[in-house]
Write a protein that binds this ligand. Structure first.
Ligand code: SF4
Length: 394
């Protein structure tokens, strides 16, 4: 996405930039944010409240306010004792995200929000409004350890894992934002805008490799899909987990047996090129990642998405489309869908998007192998919103 943004937001936490090809599978040990009710399931929340010196049943009351009513203002929580309210909320629901910037694109239908965390690290989330749904793209780590050379986040290195509540808070912040828009929306012709204002779809495609932060990511998944007031009650079928091919994480995720879509960022069908584009490929090869994806489909019945950023003269050759088509078709029919994505170039990078004709040829060749293929909509193409691009500019 390309918009010039002049406001500078200082990053208070320093991260060592990785050498080319250097991967960080484990996040550096850093101070964690304060605990929050969204870190725990209901049983854990009761224990947490008790440890804070309150009655365990306060956990259900706070959960209703947070997950159902989306409120964080103690003054509105009139079922809590007036004398204790402020302190209880400050301790059990500490503020974890501060909005430092919101950028709009697509006539306000795409919003990119940059949040500052308690230690100064910055993360991004995106809200995308469509006719029949609202999709949010959220971050699971501050920075990323996977070091894909075409990605701005990868160039920053991995600062730390986000806590479960920091992941959940991005969605709650988005849901609150949408709630505020209710009733004030008017389409240009004066009629009310009837498009949904409830978050229905979530993609773990913001900053970070979510499966590398497995435990906290799974905690967040449960907070998102568990029925209110334990969680936000979003349908698991509306969630998409994205990975660059962390095979052990994919296998573990398969065993959760949840109807969540798995998106594999493949970007090359051959190990020679993928070793360069996705350094994790030096650990788990293309065929291992595809086998794990296929196995995920067999267990969950959810069709796999293969993400393929088309990069001019790097991975967009016809023979690569054929090789990808063959590899996918050889594993069966109907289990996979390919999303070629026009690359969103990082400023100053040598990587650029493929030409339109080349893109079309790539799609047609895949379809000729019987593989359903759709160019992915690149929302927000007029703001700097490629994964991690905005924070990387600071
Ligand atoms: S493309 Fe995704 S996995 Fe690769 S460095 Fe960027 S955020 Fe990490």
């Amino acid at each position: 996405m390309n918009m010039t943004e002049t406001t500078k937001v200082p990053v208070e936490i320093s991260t060592i930039r990785p050498e080319p090809g250097q991967i960080a599978l484990k996040a550096p040990r850093r101070e964690q944010p304060p605990a929050h009710i969204a870190d725990f399931d209901m049983a854990g929340r009761k224990k947490f409240l008790e440890e804070l010196g309150y009655k365990p049943f306060r956990a259900s009351q706070l959960s209703k306010h947070y997950f159902e009513r989306l409120i964080d203002d103690p003054a509105q929580m009139t079922d809590l004792p007036a004398a204790d309210r402020e302190e209880m909320v400050a301790k059990a629901m500490p503020k974890l995200l501060t909005n430092v910037r919101t950028l709009e694109a697509d006539d306000g239908d795409t919003l990119k929000i940059v949040h500052r965390l308690f230690d100064g690290a910055l993360v991004e989330s995106v809200i995308m409004r469509y006719e029949n749904r609202v999709t949010m793209c959220i971050s699971s780590q501050a920075g990323c350890g996977m070091n894909c050379p075409f990605c701005a986040t990868g160039q920053q290195g991995l600062t730390r894992n986000l806590s479960t509540a920091e992941i959940v808070e991005q969605v709650v912040a988005g849901a609150r934002y949408l709630q505020q828009m209710k009733g004030i929306e008017q389409a240009e012709d004066g009629h009310e805008d009837t498009r949904p204002l409830r978050v229905s779809n979530i993609v773990f495609m913001g900053m970070g490799e979510a499966l590398a932060n497995y435990k906290r990511t799974m905690g967040a998944v449960h907070r998102l899909i568990d029925p209110a007031p334990e969680g936000l009650g979003i349908s698991a079928r509306g969630l998409t987990m994205s990975t660059v091919g962390l095979v052990p994480g994919m296998r573990k995720f398969e065993m959760e047996k949840l109807p969540i879509t798995l998106a594999l960022s493949l970007h090359a069908p051959d190990d020679e090129l993928r070793d360069e584009l996705i350094p994790i490929n030096t650990h788990w090869k293309v065929d291992e990642a595809l086998d794990a994806a296929y196995s995920y489909y067999r267990t969950t019945g959810r069709r796999i998405s293969i993400e393929y950023a088309l990069i001019k003269d790097i991975n967009d050759q016809g023979w690569r489309a054929d090789l990808l088509g063959k590899k996918l078709a050889s594993r069966g029919r109907g289990w996979v869908h390919v999303n070629p994505i026009p690359l969103n170039p990082t400023p100053g990078s040598k990587w650029t998007a493929s030409r339109k004709g080349v893109e079309q040829n790539f799609v047609e060749r895949l379809r000729a192998h019987g593989i359903p293929t759709t160019i992915r909509d690149t929302r927000g193409s007029d703001i700097d919103g490629a994964c991690g691009q905005l924070a990387a500019q600071e």
